[in-house]
Design a protein around this ligand. Structure first.
Ligand SMILES: NC(=O)c1ccc[n+]([C@@H]2O[C@H](COP(=O)([O-])OP(=O)(O)OC[C@H]3O[C@@H](n4cnc5c(N)ncnc54)[C@H](OP(=O)(O)O)[C@@H]3O)[C@@H](O)[C@H]2O)c1
Length: 417
């Protein structure tokens, strides 16, 4: 069913208050047009809206056809693409750059997607409104992201500055002399001149040819100098190869070790975080050091082939289900909202385009204090098994507590599902 809606304001800039629905509705069409490469600039986008709506257009008084079957939440979140005024859509890095709080992950490790499936996920993400893409040398997907980006950037549908690209150092390249060649290789794969964020994937180094996902032994580890590697990462910023540098899988102690020597603090620390895995002390440290925490496995990685039964604990949580019902949201939206409420961003992924769009519905609302307290009563668990990264001889870490001190210091947790 279609119906007409009156609006008496000019469209841009998008406002979360006045004429939100109208603005979002219009933007919805603009987004489609952008995604399809039909238009590039807002001015032509507005005349595109006029054409597509078949209605008289003026800056002061506009009549648009509102398609009721389009959910408002969907439309609102799509608006964030253009408006970037949706509260919390962007997080400000310590470099002053803005980073979309929602990133689309491109790891195939959890579900072994084929290259074609991964290209489709990235294209679906772009179409849904994702502008932050997360890859890594170890995922083997940099070239796939590069191919899709090239299509979009050369078509003129998006400019380089419209997307935020994160990649991560290969695990065998975590050496002072290997960082710059490694980031240059990533840039060749991505077909880009620079990335927006480049991260140390794990605070350790593996020997060449060792794949962490095919089992680790004492023979897998190579000597590792955290500060040497960090200085090389800083140099990659000075060379213009990346706009910011970050770290993953690191607790407060590692961050503080970097802070003692660094010219640049990590802009981001990407760690496991979901409603079953909150690390308040780590969040505090990150805040103090000006580092943004980015959550991976934000939904508990349901169906992850590498992990155990624990992966359904988040999406099957009765607490999250009850909260979702109360707000008219999905469990996934509640879990993602919970992350944003902690001032963190998240990296998610889905082969399902409907889910990808639904995840954007994490923006534009809040959980209240009582709901946060209920979520804190959920069972505590971490999915990653950190013991495989530790040994008494060759790993820089004898125990998981030396990697993620905040989590393993806490007594209330069941450390691994
Ligand atoms: N820095 C690091 O060390 C590190 C480590 C791990 C991951 N990451 C990053 O984080 C990204 C996200 O990881 P992730 O994909 O495991 O996280 P996730 O967002 O927690 O899980 C996504 C998975 O959940 C499934 N899912 C969602 N709702 C579901 C439901 N209701 N029922 C069943 N399945 C459901 C999706 O399946 P469908 O595809 O079928 O929708 C998708 O495969 C990765 O791609 C990677 O970029 C980084």
């Amino acid at each position: 069913m279609d119906r007409d809606i009156e609006c008496s304001d000019s469209l841009p800039p998008i406002s979360m208050t006045a004429n939100l629905q109208i603005a979002c509705f219009s933007i919805h069409y603009i987004i489609e047009a952008l995604a399809n490469g039909v238009v590039r600039h807002l001015k032509s986008s507005l005349s595109f809206v006029k054409n597509i709506c078949g209605q008289e257009f003026s800056a002061q008084s506009v009549r648009f056809r509102f398609v009721e079957s389009m959910g408002t939440a969907d439309i609102i979140t799509r608006a964030s693409l253009m408006g970037k005024e949706i509260e919390g859509w962007n997080l400000r890095l310590n470099t002053a750059a803005l980073m979309p709080a929602i990133a689309l992950g491109t790891s195939t490790i959890a579900k072994s997607e084929t290259p074609e499936e991964m290209r489709a996920i990235i294209r679906n993400g772009l179409q849904a409104g994702y502008r932050h893409f997360d890859t890594a040398a170890v995922y083997g997907t940099e070239h796939l992201l590069g191919e899709v980006l090239k299509e979009v950037l050369t078509s003129g549908a998006l400019r380089r500055e419209d997307v935020f690209i994160t990649s991560k150092l290969g695990l065998s390249d975590a050496h002072l002399d290997d960082v710059i060649p490694a980031i240059r290789k990533s840039l060749r794969e991505l077909q880009l001149d620079y990335v927006d964020l480049y991260m140390l994937h794990f605070p350790l180094r593996l020997k060449r040819g060792k794949n962490p996902f095919q089992g680790l032994s004492e023979d897998s580890f190579a000597p590792f100098d955290l500060i040497g590697v960090w200085k090389a990462l800083e140099h990659s910023v000075e060379l213009g190869l990346t706009r910011a540098v970050g770290i993953c899988n690191s607790g407060s102690k590692i961050l503080q070790q970097i802070a003692a020597d660094a010219k640049m603090m990590p802009a981001v620390n990407q760690v496991e975080m979901h409603p079953g895995c909150l690390q308040p002390k780590l969040l505090d440290t990150c805040k103090q050091l000006g580092t943004i925490l980015m959550a991976y496995f934000p939904l508990g990685s349901p169906g992850n082939l590498r992990l155990g039964e624990g992966t359904s604990l988040v999406i099957n949580s009765p607490i999250l289900k009850a909260i979702a019902q109360k707000h008219g949201k999905t469990v996934e939206q509640v879990a993602l909202r919970w992350t944003l409420d902690h001032g963190a961003g998240f990296v998610c992924k889905s082969r399902n385009p409907t889910r990808l769009t639904q995840y954007l519905g994490a923006f534009g609302w809040n959980l209240d204090n009582e709901e946060h307290k209920r979520i804190e009563t959920m069972p505590r668990f971490m999915l990653q098994d950190w013991s495989v990264w530790c040994n008494a001889t060759t790993s820089p870490y004898r125990t998981p507590k030396e990697i993620l001190d905040d989590w393993f210091d806490s007594d209330e947790v069941n450390v691994h599902t």
